[in-house]
Unconditional design. Structure first.
Length: 67
């Protein structure tokens, strides 16, 4: 999900006065870890080309908001 629509959903949920604290582009290793959450016993293996397609595009956003 892109950042704008994601933050819009947070506002729809009743949060306001949002402040972005940090943005972090996920590394290939971080993407691999997330792709196998909650563990390889519980998830299917993803194709390497699927993960490669989102490298440098997947972000972690930390924000602060008031409800």
């Amino acid at each position: 999900m892109e950042e704008g629509p994601y933050l819009g959903l947070i506002q729809i949920a009743g949060f306001g006065d949002m402040e972005i604290i940090a943005r972090h582009v996920l590394s290939p290793e971080e993407l691999q870890t997330i792709a196998h959450c909650p563990g390889s016993d519980f998830t299917l293996s993803h194709l390497p080309e699927d993960l490669a397609a989102v490298v440098a595009e997947a972000l972690s956003i930390q924000f602060r908001a008031i409800r």
